[in-house]
Write a protein that binds this ligand. Structure first.
Ligand SMILES: [Zn+2]
Length: 166
């Protein structure tokens, strides 16, 4: 029979296994992964290869990027690997590719699209909140006036309904 303890244990083991399953590029250790993904927020590793996370985000959001963005396929499909025979040359090669993509026109365009969509959703949110605040203020005003004129609280629902209709 499974008790709580063993369930927790198996969950923990499962998580550890997941961490270990992250395949790093052959010329990188974990420290380099941390340093580069901190510096380049768009950078993501899948099966030892690098890709651009922001491109798939843009696609998930359904933003029209394909028409005017010509991002290299290897960054889109997580196929970026280093060139060279030695660890140091492979590291330099990977770093060069990352830097080049970071300043590339296509990646910049993706950044603009993401920024625009964030601005849009923020202004939508603010708009929605304002609407809710307006409604709340109305209800408070109604309650206040009822209390002021010593009306029973059962009148509130009626008054609010009337307001919503008007
Ligand atoms: Zn990119």
């Amino acid at each position: 029979m499974l008790n709580n303890q063993s369930l927790k244990k198996s969950h923990h083991l499962h998580q550890r296994k997941k961490m270990d399953n992250l395949v790093l590029p052959d010329c990188w250790n974990e420290k380099q992964v941390v340093v580069f993904t901190e510096q380049y927020k768009w950078l993501e590793i899948k099966e030892g290869k690098l890709g651009c996370k922001d491109y798939s985000t843009v696609q998930h959001l359904g933003l029209k990027a394909e028409d005017h963005v010509h991002m290299s396929k290897e960054w889109i499909a997580y196929l970026v690997t280093p060139n060279g025979s030695y660890t140091t040359t492979r590291q330099a090669s990977l770093q060069k590719k990352i830097k080049e993509h970071d300043v590339s026109k296509a990646h910049g365009k993706i950044q603009d699209l993401l920024k625009e969509s964030i601005n849009d959703s923020v202004s939508n949110l603010v708009h929605k909140c304002n609407k809710n605040i307006d409604a709340t203020v109305k209800v408070f005003k109604t309650v206040y006036s009822l209390v002021k004129y010593n009306r029973p609280l059962s009148d509130i629902a009626e008054a609010v309904e009337l307001q919503e209709m008007g």
